[in-house]
Design a protein around this ligand. Sequence first.
Ligand code: NAD
Ligand code: ZN
Ligand code: ZN
Length: 344
Amino acid sequence: MKGMMQAAVVEQFREALVLRELPIPTPGTGQVLVKTEACGVCHTDLHAANGDWPLKPRLPFTPGHEGIGIVVALGSGVTAVKEGDRVGVPWLYSACGHCEYCLAAREPVCAEAKFGGYTVNGGFAQYIVADPQYVAHIPAGLAATEAAPLICAGITSYKGIKETQAQPGQWIVISGIGGLGHLGIQYAKAMGLHVCAVDIDEGKLDHAKRLGADACVNAKSGDPVAAVKKATDGGAQGVLITAPSLGAFKQGVGMTRKWGTCVLVGLPPGEFPTPLFDVVANCIAIRGSFVGNRLEMAEALAFAAEGKVKADIELQPLSAINAVFERLAHGDVPSRVVLDIAST
Ligand code: NAD
Ligand code: ZN
Ligand code: ZN
C-alpha cells in the first residue's frame, strides 16, 4: 500500500511524542499489514517512552501494544489470517516457536520474543506490520475500541489471576485499579473469587465497588495490610499487584495469606524489600507474570465476547497522546484511554 500515515513517535526518552507523517510500511514475507482502528494506552507505553527499564527500546519508535485493526495486505506465504480479518497486535509480537519456553506455551519469556510498540513499532499509528502467527483474533461482536484494552490489560490481569492459583470462593487482592485492575476485578468475579480492591484513589475504589469488588481498601490511609487481613479473615490466597508503585509490592506480600501466592505484574523501575522471615515462615510464593500466551489471549477475549468482562474506555484522538500520558503519570485516567485511530 502506497502513501503516508500518521504516527506518534518517541524520539527522545522523557520528551513529548512527536506526530509524524511516515510512509505506510510494507509487510515482508510472512507478515501482514493492519489498518489500525483503535489502540489502548497502557502504562507500559509510558514506561517505554520514559526509558524506565534496563532493556530500552531503540529510538525512534512508535509505542502501542493494544492496537486493533483490519488486515489490509498480506506478505507472501501468509495463511494464518486473510484480508478483512479483525486482529489485535499485542505486546507479544512474535516469538521463535521452538525453544523450550515456546514449546511449553510460555512464549512471552522466549529469548527471541519481539515486543509490540517496544522492540518493533506499535499501534500509535494508522498502520501496523504484524506477525500473523501471533496476532489476537477479535471475536465478532466486539468493537475495536472495546477489544483494545483486552489484548494487554485484559490478558495480563486474567493470566495473573490464574497464576495466583486462588480457587473459587477464596479471596484475591487486586492492588491498582487502573487499566489492568478494573478488568482484573471483572475476571476474578467471573472466576468465582472474592475480590478485595486496593488503590490510593477513592474514585478508583468507588469504581471497584461498582464493578463488584467485595471489599475495598485505600492504601493511603491507616494500615492497608491490617485492613486487608481483617477484610479477608487472615489474608488473601491470591494477591495481584498491578500498581506501578514500589510501595504496593511490599504491602502486597504482607496481604498474602499463609501458603498463598503474590503475583507481580506492575513494572515500576526499581526493587522492593522482601520481609524474608514472613515469606519463609508463612510459605508464601512470590511470582512474576508477563502478559500471557495465545491460548490465554483467546480465553481473555472470550470472557468479553460472552459479556462477562467489559473494558471501561475513554476515547481520545491520536493527537491527544501527550496529554493522556501526563494524566496516566498522575493516576488521572479512570480506567483505560483508547486512541480512536479510525477517525484520525
Ligand atoms: P494504570 O496507570 O492504568 O493503573 C495503575 C493504578 O495503580 C492506578 O489506579 C493507581 O491509582 C494505582 N496505584 C498507584 N499507586 C498505588 C499504590 N501504592 N497502591 C495501590 N494502587 C496504586 O496502569 P496500568 O496500565 O494498569 O499498568 C499497571 C502496571 O502494570 C504498569 O507498571 C505496567 O507497565 C504494568 N504492566 C505489566 C504487564 C505484564 O505483563 N506484567 C502488562 C501490562 C502492564
Ligand atoms: Zn500493556
Ligand atoms: Zn521461543
